[in-house]
Write a protein that binds this ligand. Structure first.
Ligand code: DAT
Length: 173
């Protein structure tokens, strides 16, 4: 899509894989807008009720898409969300799926206060590579890339890699 302010990048992956840590740093270093869908939904109350089982709000996906459409058409956004199949495919120039080893992820989520079913199911989501499969189904395979996200060194390498990709993108657009 036409994007005067740069490409749109999607960072997705299981909760706790490091999307917001990477997204904030990347957006700052590359002068892009950081869009955290969870925070945006909270601020603007883009919800469709409450999920008793998972004790969380249900995202109103249509409203999220409507709210973001103009900004995405402008380009230059780093979008962070633990799901990816409800965004219009045309929004994104590249999709990164963050991946974290099970034991590392378990500790991060436990530290975040997740327990019981919520903790278990999120770790299982990573084991079964649910989000990676979702991304591969929703976007062209050649724009979907896995990024290891276990250590601070991984994060630095991921940022360097995305910054290089951005340089290339600018040369060709
Ligand atoms: P997400 O936005 O995917 O839910 P986060 O960015 O909040 O994840 O990160 C979860 C925790 O893990 C947080 O305490 C920061 C830490 N973390 C993130 N990426 C990391 C990395 N590459 N190496 C070590 N710790 C990391």
């Amino acid at each position: 899509m036409a994007s005067p302010h740069g490409p749109n990048i999607l960072l997705t992956g299981t909760p706790g894989t490091g999307k917001s840590t990477l997204g904030r740093e990347l957006a700052q270093r590359a002068c892009l807008n950081y869009v955290n869908i969870g925070e945006m939904a909270k601020e603007r109350e883009l919800y469709d009720g409450w999920d008793d089982e998972y004790e969380c709000h249900v995202l109103n996906e249509d409203r999220v898409v409507d709210e973001l459409e103009d900004q995405m058409q402008q380009g230059g956004n780093v979008v962070d969300y633990h799901g990816c199949d409800f965004f219009p495919e045309r929004w994104f120039d590249i999709v990164f799926v963050l991946r974290t080893d099970n034991s590392v992820l378990y500790e991060r989520l436990e530290h975040r206060g997740y327990t019981g079913k919520k903790l278990q199911e999120n770790v299982q989501c990573e084991i079964f590579q649910t989000i990676l499969d979702e991304a591969r189904e929703a976007y062209k395979i050649e724009i979907v890339h896995e990024l290891p996200s276990n250590t601070p060194e991984d994060m630095e390498e991921n940022i360097e890699r995305i910054l290089l990709w951005l340089e290339q993108w600018k040369l060709t657009h």
